[in-house]
Every structure is written in C-alpha cells, then in structure tokens.
Design a protein around this ligand. Structure first.
Ligand SMILES: NC(=O)c1ccc[n+]([C@@H]2O[C@H](COP(=O)([O-])OP(=O)(O)OC[C@H]3O[C@@H](n4cnc5c(N)ncnc54)[C@H](OP(=O)(O)O)[C@@H]3O)[C@@H](O)[C@H]2O)c1
Length: 320
C-alpha cells in the first residue's frame, strides 16, 4: 500500500511517499481503508520533534511509528476474529495519537479505541476533521468547567482548536468573544461567536470586559497579559507551553497562590468523546471548519501550509 514514511525527525521533507506492506489486524482490531485524513499540528509536532519531550513518547533518536496521521475517515475492510461492535463495510472515523498511521491507504484500530460509525448523512471529508481540534477544545473547556452564562474569550479562534472551541463553548452555554484577523471576522460570527475582536485593530487584553475563562488556542499570549481581563476566579489555558515552559510552572503554582488560575490539562480522547463530538455534529452544534485539501503525494506541501500558522480550521488529505 502507499503510505507516508518518516524515518527521521525533521522538516516537512522527511515525509516520503513509499510502498509498504498493508497492516494485518489483530483479533480485537479492524482494518480500515482510509479515504480522508488530515495534516494537523499534532502531526507537525511529532514529525519535527520540535519539543524534545515528545521524543519520550515517539522515540528518543528516531520515530517509532514511521507513519503519522491521527485523524481518519474510511471504510472497514476486514475485522479481527474477536471484534463484535463493527462489521466489514462500516463507514468509520476517529483518532489515534498513540500509534498514528492514518497517512496511508490502510490502518488498523482496536475496536475499543477512539473510533465510531460515521452518521449516514456525513461525507468522509466532513467526518475526518471532527476529532483533533474537537477533542483538544473539549478537554480544555471541560477542565475550565464552563457553565451556562459564563463569559469566555477565545484567542486564535480560527485554528482547528479555536474554531471547535467557539462552537463547543456556545454549546455549553457560554457567551463567547472570539479574537481573529480581519478576514475571518465573518467566519467566527457564523460559528456563533457573540462578539468578535479583530486583533489587527484592537488589543484584546485591553477590552473593558471581564472573562471567566480565557482560552489561548494559538499559544501566542501569556497569563500575565491576560490576567487583567480575568475575573477573580478566572481560568487561563493555553495550547502551548509558553516562554520557558511557564504555563506548566504556573499550572502548578497559581492554584495554590492565586485566585486567578492557569490550568494545563493533558489532552486525552476515548470512544465516548468521539461519540459525543459526533452527536454534536449530527445535532448541528459543531461543524469542523475545512480550509483546503491535498492528495497523499502532496503531503510536504500540506505540512508547509499547516506550519505557516495561517490555516483556517483543518487541512484534509484525500487518498484515492
Ligand atoms: N505540539 C502539539 O502536539 C500540538 C498539537 C495540537 C496543537 N498544538 C498547538 O495549538 C495551537 C493551535 O493549533 P491549531 O491547529 O488549532 O491552529 P493553527 O493552525 O496553529 O492556527 C492557525 C490560526 O491561528 C491564527 N493566528 C495565527 N497567528 C495569530 C496571532 N498572532 N494571533 C491570533 N491568531 C493567530 C490564524 O488566524 P488569523 O489569520 O486570524 O491570524 C490561523 O487561522 C498551535 O500553537 C499548535 O502548535 C500543538
């Protein structure tokens, strides 16, 4: 089968299209023919190993899992002998950032992992980008314990995480202020943001409004700068470690020494989360934003675009 192979850590060019053997599912696994996957910041992080800490999970000197790709949508081609919850021919989607493997024509998933049936009316292109930004946003919003009527500010609201966070925060009943560039103001209004701040015209940290939760979904702010716009028990979460990894340090100290807190939740995903996100999509409460698509042999261009920091929502890879 055709697959993208990363034999070493490095720039986008380390990702090479090669022919490798098709995987064989174990007893509890399904074999999926992948039709659509994504290139996202999680793939970029593990491919570049820019943060050395990621090597403790992915291999100290070279990648253990040579094929990246965490989001997938496709059809089950065969099932292992012990699989009871899926059948051959089922259309499925989901997420795997332990084994990865979706940048390929075929991948395997254990039936109890983060995989679910694609609802009948959804295409593979609509299903593939549900989980990456969606589960990061869900994890952080749950950590902040957002309740109905609370005020939430989302900075970097146009990324995969930010655009999901705007929609999920609205679902949980928050009043949402989203921050973005001029060209994306209308998009964020269409996603449900109550107020949109154009960061080219206004510094969002100077607004008169006070927030229960400031979510920096693009990792470009700091707790210090956002503190004045947090209410007394306000919470700040960033998707990045921050300068000198300060957000980890602040997550350990602010809950003890400050009423305004930094949290740094470790993102997790399980089958129930995938089903929860799918139900929101079916109910029309969450629609992953799709920017552009590439084919598998254009993966280097896809990585370069994602690493430009300018993608709007999600970048798809179609596999034919
Ligand atoms: N290390 C990991 O494994 C990992 C995994 C997932 C995510 N992350 C981190 O999470 C963050 C978000 O990822 P993502 O995929 O959701 O989005 P992303 O692709 O990094 O975000 C792109 C969006 O951010 C906006 N943006 C760029 N610079 C900005 C600035 N200075 N102020 C405000 N907005 C800005 C851009 O919109 P505008 O045109 O409006 O500026 C663009 O739409 C990234 O920092 C990423 O590194 C890390």
């Amino acid at each position: 089968m055709r697959a993208i192979i990363n034999t070493k850590y490095g720039p986008p060019e380390v990702a090479k299209l090669m022919e490798i053997d098709k995987p064989v599912p174990k007893g509890n696994e399904v074999l999926i023919k992948v039709y659509v996957t994504t290139v996202n910041r999680t793939d970029c992080g593990f491919r570049s190993a820019e943060y050395f800490i990621s090597r403790f999970f992915s291999g100290l000197f070279r990648p253990k899992n040579k094929t990246l790709g965490n989001e997938f949508a496709g059809v089950i081609e065969t099932i292992g002998k012990d699989v009871t919850s899926f059948n051959k021919g089922d259309r499925v989607f989901g997420y795997n950032d332990i084994k990865f493997g979706a940048h390929a024509e075929y991948m395997t998933m254990a039936e109890n992992e983060a995989i679910a049936i694609i609802p009948g009316n959804l295409t593979y292109k609509e299903a593939a980008p549900i989980t990456e930004g969606g589960h990061y946003a869900l994890c952080d919003i749950r950590a902040a314990k957002i309740k109905k009527g609370q005020n939430v500010l989302i900075y970097g609201a146009t990324g995969a995480i930010g655009s999901a966070a705007v929609q999920l925060a609205k679902y949980f009943g928050a009043t949402v202020t989203a921050v973005c560039n001029t060209k994306n103001v209308e998009l964020l209004k269409s996603l449900g943001a109550d107020t949109v701040i154009d960061y080219t015209k206004q510094d969002f940290t100077k607004t008169d409004h006070i927030f229960d939760f400031v979510f920096d979904a693009v990792g470009k702010s700091s707790f210090g700068k956002c503190k004045p716009i947090l209410n007394n028990n306000g919470i700040y979460i960033s998707t990045e470690l921050g300068r000198y990894s300060q957000n980890v340090f602040l997550a350990l100290t602010t809950p003890i020494f400050s009423s305004k807190k930094v949290l740094f939740p470790i993102p997790t995903i399980c089958k129930d989360d995938v089903i929860f996100l799918k139900e929101l999509v079916v109910a029309g409460k969450f629609k992953p934003v799709i920017d552009r698509q590439y084919s598998l042999d254009q993966i280097v261009d896809a990585y370069k675009y994602v690493e430009s920091g300018q993608k709007i929502g999600n970048v798809l890879i179609t596999i034919t």
